[in-house]
Ligand binder design. Structure first.
Ligand SMILES: *Cc1c(COP(=O)(O)O)cnc(C)c1O
Length: 401
């Protein structure tokens, strides 16, 4: 892969007509080392945030041994990429065939579930031809928790309600080697108290069910950093999670797990886009809602931007973007702050796209091709560089919308 010092060098060398993805392996590696060294338990990577095999190898080399996968295609891809990794199939609704292949062909022992039907499905799919049930399963019951502190909710679709959790935990206990409880507080959780609240619900479920619990999995939701979304230090999350985990009524050897997606890969990539047309404060660029900017369009996420021309003058002004497809929905409201005299032909870097950027790209309308190159400079923001001002001392603006 071609390597450049930074985005401006890429523009000078390539003058690209298509978007270019800029990869920063050093940033992903640094995030992974932070989690493997500081999270007080096991941090597995949630593959859906960015399923690039290159990234997965970078995380493995930095010490991430466990991977949260959600589909049989993810199981196969991670197994092909990392033959020795431990895979955990954490989608609470799977097909029987997927579980059977995962268990018997790829050695996957860990599954999540949120209904008795799913439990029966997993038990049946992991029973061998002689009728012998699996004795080595780790089964995690997904508990529904609040997403009120997160920018993207994951509270509606999955998770058993607390009132129904006890019979499911008791039934699951009968079929597993290790019993766990997992949850997801929603993506980009802007305060560690989201996890504290969820762990209180876990406590209530354990007390009610009176079962021995071996694994507590606090899921994903660990934040990255974006305009207007400057979270507290991740150490604060880890410390509060550890403290509340330790206080749970669980077996003394119980394990703490987490499933960070965004926090491990957001800093891994950015893109260079070209302005094709300007209409007032709207810039028509060559990537958008059906490309790497899905979240910018569909949930009005504000990614950081920087103009890559040297001859533009400040001050900055507010712009919105149209993507390249012939669809009104290919619109990103922003506002994105760029020099007020930016015009057609100029290039922009859009940062912090390693999570849920590349992963969402389509080729709708013939767009979506992009070259990837490696750059050596820093991502536009970092949670891991150690030079952030203490966000607790500033106003912590929590809401986007
Ligand atoms: C999406 C997802 C994650 C990762 O969430 P982030 O907010 O990116 O950290 C982890 N676990 C499960 C089950 C998920 O669906």
């Amino acid at each position: 892969m071609l390597q450049y010092p930074d985005a401006k060098a890429v523009v000078r060398a390539l003058e690209p007509d298509e978007p270019v993805t800029l990869l920063r392996p050093h940033a992903a590696s640094r995030a992974a080392r932070f989690f493997t060294q500081k999270f007080p338990g096991k941090a597995m990577y949630a593959v859906k945030a960015n399923p690039s095999p290159d990234l997965i190898r970078i995380l493995w080399d930095a010490g991430v041994t466990h991977y949260d996968v959600a589909s049989i295609a993810e199981v196969r891809m991670v197994r092909d990429t990392l033959p020795e990794a431990t895979l955990c199939f954490m989608h609470p609704v799977k097909t029987k065939r997927a579980v059977r292949e995962a268990y018997f062909e790829h050695g996957v022992k860990t599954y999540s579930l949120d209904t008795l039907d799913e439990l029966a499905k997993i038990v049946e799919a992991t029973t061998d031809e002689s009728g012998k049930a699996a004795s080595d399963l780790n089964l995690l019951v997904r508990l529904r928790v609040s997403s009120e502190h997160s920018e993207l909710s994951l509270a509606a679709k999955f998770g058993v309600d607390l009132v129904d959790a006890a019979p499911l935990l008791q039934a699951t206990r009968q079929h597993c080697d290790a019993l766990g409880i997992c949850f997801h507080v929603g993506s980009q959780a802007m305060t560690p108290f989201a996890y504290v609240q969820a762990l209180e619900r876990v406590r209530a479920a354990i007390v009610e069910a009176a079962v021995t619990v071996d694994i507590i999995d606090v899921g994903g939701g660990f934040p990255s950093i974006y305009p207007d979304l400057d979270p507290p230090a991740l150490e604060d999350y880890f410390q509060l999670i550890h403290q509340h985990f330790e206080a749970l009524p669980i077996s003394y050897s119980a394990e703490l797990w987490a499933e960070p997606g965004r926090a491990l890969c957001a800093e891994y990539s950015s893109i260079i886009v070209k302005v094709e047309k300007r209409r007032g404060d709207e810039l028509y660029i060559n990537d958008g809602a059906y490309g790497a900017l899905f979240d910018a369009a569909h949930v009005a996420w504000r990614f950081p931007v920087a103009a890559l021309e040297d001859d533009l003058r400040n001050p900055l002004a507010e712009f919105s973007f149209y993507g390249p497809t012939c669809d009104d929905a290919d619109f990103m409201k922003g506002p994105f702050m760029l020099p007020e005299d930016i015009q057609a032909g100029d290039y922009i870097e859009i940062g912090m796209l390693g999570a849920y950027g590349a992963a969402m790209k389509t080729s709708f309308n013939g767009f979506g091709a992009s070259e990837a190159v490696q750059v050596a400079d820093e991502p536009m923001h970092s949670l891991y560089r150690g030079d952030r001002p203490d966000p607790r001392s500033s106003d912590n603006v929590v809401s986007l919308r």
